[in-house]
Design a binder for this molecule. Sequence first.
Ligand code: MG
Length: 261
Amino acid sequence: MAPILKSAAALQRMREAGRIVAIAHEEMRRAIQPGVTTKQLDTIALTVLRDYGAEPCFLGYAPGDHPPFPATITASINQELVHGIPSRDRVLQEGDIIGIDVACLYQGYVGDAAFTHPVGEVSRSARRLLQATEAALAAAIQASVVGNRISDVAKATAKCAGRHGYSVAREYTGHGVGSAMHEEPQVPNWWNSKRSKHQWEDCELQAGMTYAIEPMLIAGRSDLVEQGDGWTVVTKDGSLTAHFEHTIAITEEGPWILTLL
Ligand code: MG
């Protein structure tokens, strides 16, 4: 299926949805400290979204055989890669890193972004992982120009991760974003040119395409397992992970990040 190209008016509305997501992230970032629960962060995000008249996309989301997701944010700590369920029992500890993902629907369009934050003082290796994951996102955004292909974006992410000595999550990808949270194309974090189960459709980038890029970097091996809650994805070897995401638009002038304050 071809990606849906957005008009200038649609991009403006996506920018508004993206701004609300950014505000929610900023409010949570300020609240992060040892002793705070992931449920408290979830409440902060839901309050911001509702204040701006936006709806959380994850709340009640139930693709495939997953149970409905019960919260506004996903909160994934340390070895949890993505999709952690906020809870009153998950208390942030000094030295943790916490990845938070939020998406909202506002006036018919979606914004989707994720950040990973240190809790208090973290180890040097955790800081390095956060920096490398942000750098991978920046590299993938930079590769998001008219004339390039989705495979160029994927390779930019993988190259940056590899240069820093990290692996990437192979089974999880970024995705087109528009009036739905998930549209074409898939935006992988690596590229496999051989035929395999990881064979994504490549396509040329055109002005008006909008997608979320979301590198997920892993300090150890890339093998992942899903927890018994039906959502939380963790590294099999228990190694640290980080996740950053922006929704961007391809324009003739270059990539436009939609999920900024
Ligand atoms: Mg997201």
